[in-house]
Ligand binder design. Structure first.
Ligand code: KG4
Ligand code: ZN
Length: 367
């Protein structure tokens, strides 16, 4: 191996089949992604069985594409990296089997990578090296986690969601609001026309020092706001209206509790804006706590929810207030991709941390 490393990386943990060629941990020679979003859209979420089958069909063509776009052949590849955890097991297995096969056939090391760590590393691609320590907030459809990053391979989990992921909450709330799937971009768009204080929604787990998240309460609050509180003895079905400081504004939501069809366009926009503001508030407050606790010099955002306009603005204000650098990867590296996997794998390879052909897949994050 020369001083340089050229890594072929694969990613198949959820609903994107991706391959990339990355040099020296940062220079992305190619990053090819085959998205399955259309396949799952009519189900309103990722169907694991369909995802695995689609990965099987996409994996070889996407590897060929990544090599062709990078203009390199197998002889130029020093190692094969792959996401081995966390994710949908059936999906992970496809990428891992392909990576093992190539590693064996080409006689190069295999490097298994944690997908969420890779999301935190995405900020280092095609840019200046990151100044560590950093506090990283990774929010996607499958994960919401805060890390202290001492370096690319030095990751400490500070907190994670105890129920829904932030992106999942966006997707479910959007579905309740009749905005389609994936919900994050739809809420982001509609929220621009709404009043973020119109509907009072809960901000969970803010008391005490916890760095964990919970988003199932806000999803339920949105559901009740739209459909009314469920019937129970002595409590006939009735609209859920705000009672707190924003009650007057909430009362302006005349059709609350009557089902989303009854909502005016303005009321949907107000609800979307209020939901987004509540989620972003929680994310901002926890990221601030994490940054302070770790003495972070850099704030990192990653995962699909990092595309959110309000979250990006909040993180930017936060970084300025704390005197930190904010590293916001371009969107192509925020969503699932293999370049982030190949970039991080370079550091494992350099540290001699490679895997054997018995590399296992894991569905959940190791704490
Ligand atoms: O990272 P990603 O592409 O895939 C996963 O690993 O899950 O993230 C997808 C998630 C979806 O839940 C989607 O609704 C959310 O990211 N998302 C957004 C936005 N764009 C995508 N959430 C909020 N605002 C956005 N603009
Ligand atoms: Zn992801």
């Amino acid at each position: 191996m020369t001083d340089h490393t050229t890594i072929l990386a694969l990613e198949s943990s959820c609903d994107e089949t991706a391959a990339a060629v990355v040099r020296d941990g940062g220079e992305v020679l190619s990053s090819a992604v085959a998205s399955q979003v259309d396949l799952h859209a009519r189900f309103g979420g990722v169907v694991p069985e369909l995802a695995s089958r689609a990965h099987i069909e996409a994996v070889n063509p996407i590897i060929d594409r990544a090599l062709a776009e990078a203009g390199v052949g197998p002889k130029a590849i020093d190692a094969v990296a792959v996401t081995s955890e966390p994710g949908l097991i059936g999906s992970l297995l496809v990428g891992v089997m392909a990576a093992k096969t190539l590693s064996w056939a080409w006689g190069v090391p295999l490097v298994g990578v944690n997908h969420v760590y890779a999301h935190a590393y995405a900020a280092a691609l095609d840019g200046e090296p990151i100044r560590y320590p950093a506090a990283a907030l990774i929010c996607s459809g499958g994960h919401t986690a805060l890390y202290r990053c001492g370096g690319p391979t030095d990751m400490e989990l500070l907190g994670s969601t105890i129920d829904d992921a932030a992106g999942e909450a966006f997707d479910k709330a959007a579905s309740i609001m009749g905005l389609g799937y994936p919900g994050g971009p739809a809420i982001d768009r509609v929220a621009r026309e709404g009043d973020p204080e119109a509907v009072e929604l809960p901000r969970t787990l803010l008391k005490g020092p916890s760095l964990d998240f919970s988003f199932s309460g806000i999803k339920t609050a949105v559901l009740y706001h739209v459909n009314g509180l469920p019937e129970s003895p002595g409590n006939p079905r009735k609209p859920a209206r705000g009672r707190g400081p924003h009650a007057r504004r909430a009362a302006a939501q005349q059709h609350a509790g009557q089902g989303i069809e009854a909502f005016t366009r303005r009321e949907v926009a107000d609800l979307a804006a209020s939901f987004q503001a509540a989620v972003v508030d929680v994310l901002r407050i926890k990221l601030r706590r994490a940054a302070k606790a770790t003495g972070a010099r850099t704030l990192i955002l990653g995962g699909g929810v990092a595309a959110n306009t309000a979250l990006r603005a909040a993180a930017s204000d936060l970084a300025e207030g704390l005197g930190c650098t904010l590293r916001l990867p371009p969107m192509k590296y925020c969503v699932d991709n293999a370049a982030m996997v190949g970039g991080l794998a370079h550091h494992y390879l350099r540290a001699g941390r490679t895997d054997n052909l018995d590399l296992e897949t894991r569905a959940t994050v190791r704490r």
